[in-house]
Design a protein around this ligand. Structure first.
Ligand SMILES: C[S@@+](CC[C@H](N)C(=O)[O-])C[C@H]1O[C@@H](n2cnc3c(N)ncnc32)[C@H](O)[C@@H]1O
Length: 217
């Protein structure tokens, strides 16, 4: 997400250490305890934080961690959380490249990728958050029955991601090529999602798990 650098962002992020974790390596293995939760959700590329904030409100028994590398954008997200005063939210305003150093093996239950940057040029595909290099890191930190939920408006990114997950032996649990055709109160609408919905563009969503999950009758 492009945004002009906000001068207030750095001091604001430093002022809100109750939410912003500047050294996530030091929290490895302790996130659930810190958030007093059994189930830990992590959103990568949270943007201005609408999804992170709304989901933390809906599922207040779970822990919600947002990650956003653009510190000005991150500050906007954290500002929203400060006004909510929820106790189940933390934020990492850093590049998720090092995500496997921040979380212990199997520490995360659900990873959310909402409208990740599409990086259309082939030479930039490694930057896609669903590239194999990232999937290998996610595999380490996700719990045994952990899942990744991905939403996008971008057909090309969606197709690429399905192949990447498949190449890495992930199991597809659910897929929709028009997720908002039905009402889904259980899933919040992100900033980008709202824009694409207003343009009547279909929202693609897929859920993958690390292992085959039991089928419930
Ligand atoms: C297109 S925006 C979508 C924002 C939000 N998820 C939404 O749905 O409205 C993607 C965001 O992901 C962030 N991002 C991209 N790669 C990242 C990375 N490696 N680590 C952390 N954030 C990243 C970008 O800075 C940008 O703000």
């Amino acid at each position: 997400m492009r945004m002009r650098k906000k001068q207030w962002a750095e001091p604001f992020l430093k002022e809100h250490r109750e939410i912003v974790i500047e050294n996530p390596n030091e929290m490895k293995g302790q996130w659930r305890h810190k958030l007093n939760c059994e189930s830990l959700h992590v959103e990568i590329g949270s943007g201005k934080g609408d999804y992170w904030c709304k989901m933390a409100d809906i599922f207040e028994q779970d822990g919600w961690i947002g990650i956003e590398k653009n510190r000005s954008v991150a500050a906007v997200a954290v500002k929203k959380a400060v006004s909510l005063e929820n106790k189940n939210m933390l934020f990492i305003a850093l590049d998720a490249q090092n995500i496997d150093q921040w979380f212990d093996e199997e520490e995360v239950n659900v990873l959310h990728l909402n409208f990740s940057d599409p990086w259309p040029k082939k030479g930039n595909h490694k930057r896609r958050l669903s590239h194999s290099n990232f999937l290998k890191k996610y595999e380490k930190i996700l719990s045994k029955d952990g899942t990744i939920v991905m939403k996008t408006d971008n057909k090309d990114l969606f197709e690429f991601s399905l192949v990447e997950f498949s190449k890495n032996n992930w199991f597809m649990q659910d897929i929709s090529v028009d997720f908002r055709r039905n009402i889904h109160d259980e899933d919040a609408i992100s900033e980008y999602e709202a824009k694409f919905m207003a343009l009547n563009q279909p929202i693609y969503r897929v859920i993958f798990s690390k292992k085959q999950l039991e089928v419930r009758e």
